[in-house]
Design a protein around this ligand. Structure first.
Ligand SMILES: CC(C)(COP(=O)(O)OP(=O)(O)OC[C@H]1O[C@@H](n2cnc3c(N)ncnc32)[C@H](O)[C@@H]1OP(=O)(O)O)[C@@H](O)C(=O)NCCC(=O)NCCS
Length: 165
């Protein structure tokens, strides 16, 4: 699927590969990697890749990983992991120089409007100081988003996707 962000620039999506995941991790700042994985300090990308490799490349039936590409270059990653009956956990990571340009919104919209996810609940777990992700969750238009649990270390938000008509 292709969406136009600017007249000369199109973002496409594809199933993530080892090569695209590695390139994306190296295009992200340590801060972005820390926010994505709830790490206590800014990590080295290779440490993140070693620790979360299987998760970052999650594949059907229990997961799906979708990469956003700009001119063939990986700029964002959506990880989905089925966590229970009709519940899927979502994680997003966008390369720093591409943030605030609609990449995460495009990944969510492209993947989660597929028939496969109709009626599912999408859970996003966010650190309380991650205001960017919280703003994104409130702004998305996939379905109603509500805070379902909160403590000092994390906030859990659920988005209920519409069922098939
Ligand atoms: C959070 C993150 C995924 C957002 O990705 P993105 O591609 O920049 O998001 P979008 O461009 O689609 O933003 C959509 C909306 O979210 C909100 N938003 C996104 N980044 C924001 C920021 N830094 N500050 C305030 N609002 C923000 C805005 O409402 C934005 O719409 P607008 O730009 O028209 O105002 C990205 O910042 C990121 O990868 N952060 C590090 C990893 C992380 O925190 N992952 C989430 C944990 S699962």
């Amino acid at each position: 699927m292709t969406a136009v962000i600017e007249p000369s620039c199109a973002v496409t999506t594809a199933a993530a590969s080892g090569e695209t995941v590695r390139a994306l991790a190296h295009a992200c700042s340590p801060r972005s990697l820390r926010l994505r994985f709830f790490l206590p300090r800014d990590p080295d990308p290779e440490d993140v890749l070693a620790r979360y490799w299987r998760f970052l490349l999650g594949a059907p039936p229990w997961g799906r990983s979708v990469v956003a590409l700009m001119g063939g270059v990986p700029v964002g990653l959506l990880n989905l992991v089925a966590a229970g009956d009709g519940l899927v956990e979502a994680g997003l990571l966008v390369a720093d120089t591409w943030q605030r340009q609609g990449i995460a919104t495009h990944l969510l919209t492209t993947e989660l409007t597929r028939r496969r996810w109709a009626g599912w609940t999408v859970r996003a777990t966010v650190q309380p100081d991650n205001l960017a992700m919280q703003a994104l969750l409130q702004r998305q238009r996939l379905g109603p988003c509500r805070l379902v649990s909160a403590d000092r270390d994390q906030l859990d938000y659920d988005i209920v996707l519409p069922a098939l008509a």
